[in-house]
Design a protein around this ligand. Structure first.
Ligand code: PGA
Length: 251
């Protein structure tokens, strides 16, 4: 049985004070949630203080990025060991904004995934097609290539702990989403690729959806058997909205 995972990706938002205020409020709002795994990914600068705040709560901590080396002369980068050390259990890898603005590729994502696993972090690997690729009916081809190249060389045990986030780029921050049936079809396809790559792993892997999730559309998505959760951007910045998304089954 796969436990659903709902992630708040705060991106480059919130100062330390704002992040702390938000997490204190979130802690109260979702204190009684046990059926969903809750994860927030704040900026690097807030990780330390938030880790102190969420001890003994049902909120987990993740980073939005890492570098693949463990230490050394890499000015401006943060290593997987540092991220683990500050209290994170998860890290987002290959988010489309990283690919778009910082030239990350499937190859660099693969290096980061391996480094994350080595440090004991669970990578949340983001894949998804652009609008042009969707219009040219290339979605399945692109997703297959991304999954294969991102996971190349991963041992079976590691491959089963990775979380895949399907995030169509045209749906991020646009208010547009695929239908729940379309998402389900792609998640099923991802599971099939997994099945081709690894024996008896596909059913264990969590595949979450991201792109313009809000408190109105989440329950429709979560009805589908292959949608194991959500990666929420802007709607995670408002505590009331984000906690409503987490508690979708009660509304
Ligand atoms: P959004 O972002 O929810 O604001 O569309 C999702 C994401 O980029 O992970």
């Amino acid at each position: 049985m796969r436990k659903s995972l709902i992630v708040g990706n705060w991106k480059m938002n919130k100062t330390i004070q704002e992040a702390l205020k938000a997490v204190k409020a979130l802690k109260n709002e979702i204190a009684d949630v046990t059926d969903i795994e809750i994860l927030i990914c704040p900026s690097f600068t807030s990780l330390y203080i938030i880790n102190n705040e969420i001890k003994n709560s049902n909120i987990n901590l993740g980073a939005q990025n890492i570098f693949w080396e463990t230490k050394g002369s890499f000015t401006g980068e943060v290593s997987p060991i540092m991220i683990k050390n500050v209290g994170c259990s998860y890290v987002l890898i290959g988010h489309s904004e990283r690919r778009q603005y910082f030239y990350e590729t499937n190859k660099t994502a693969n290096k980061k995934i391996k480094a994350a696993l080595l440090a004991g972090l669970i990578p949340i690997v983001c894949v998804g097609e652009t609008l042009r690729e969707k219009k040219e009916n290339m979605t399945f081809k692109i997703i297959k290539k991304q999954i294969k190249q991102n996971l190349v060389g991963l041992a079976i045990g590691d491959a089963s702990s990775v979380v895949i986030a399907y995030e169509p780029i045209w749906a991020i921050g646009t208010g547009k989403t695929p239908t729940s049936n379309q998402i389900e079809e792609i998640h099923f396809f991802i599971r099939k690729i997994y099945d081709e790559m690894y024996k008896n792993v596909a059913e264990k892997v969590r595949i979450i959806y991201g792109g313009s999730i809000n408190s109105d559309n989440i329950s429709e998505f979560m009805k589908k058997s292959n949608i194991d959760g959500g990666l929420v951007g802007s709607a995670s910045l408002e505590t009331k909205v984000f906690s409503r998304i987490i508690k979708y089954s009660r509304f």
